[in-house]
Design a protein around this ligand. Structure first.
Ligand code: ZN
Length: 168
């Protein structure tokens, strides 16, 4: 898998792709949109986020209510992990305004745990699946060192386990 996203505007980069890949991107984002619609319905939310292609990282944007998925991820990621990652972003959507005001490291991490729990509920993902998603995403986000990634995954996993135990 290639790690470096091209530093050109998305439209230009997409236009440079062979037609078959452009078609596949459109198919993939349509599929993501249908997942997002289903997830929003299960969460009991009326206005499902719009799915968009980005050349940057995967994110949920509360103001515009957009779930943006990196083009490379749409083309290359394992379908099951992609679906779990999208469910996680819908977890942020589920707490749209709360997540917007989570600024400190601690509250941001707590938001991540909440979003992971929603992803588990929506997709049946296991803790191992969620680790795999974080590792897959790190491939699209250049700033992770492998030590930082390992310790982040470990911290997040232990908090998630704690939250799951308390919920039982
Ligand atoms: Zn998140």
């Amino acid at each position: 898998m290639t790690n470096n996203l091209p530093r050109v505007p998305l439209s230009q980069w997409v236009n440079d792709l062979p037609q078959a890949q452009q078609d596949r991107l459109l198919e993939q984002i349509k599929m993501v949109q249908s997942w997002v619609n289903d997830f929003a319905q299960v969460l009991g939310k009326k206005r499902a986020p719009k799915a968009r292609i980005t050349n940057r990282v995967l994110y949920y944007a509360p103001w515009s209510n957009v779930v943006a998925v990196p083009a490379k991820m749409l083309l290359e990621a394992d379908g099951r992990l992609l679906r779990i990652a999208v469910a996680h972003e819908c977890g942020h959507f589920n707490r749209r305004w709360i997540s917007l005001f989570s600024r400190s490291d601690f509250s941001r991490l707590r938001e991540e745990i909440q979003a992971d729990r929603v992803a588990m509920a929506l997709t049946g993902a296991s803790l191992d699946d969620l680790d795999a998603v974080v590792r897959e995403l790190a491939d699209y986000e250049e700033y992770w060192s492998s030590e930082a990634l390992d310790s982040y995954i470990e911290q997040r996993r232990s908090l998630l386990q704690l939250a799951e135990t308390e919920a039982r």
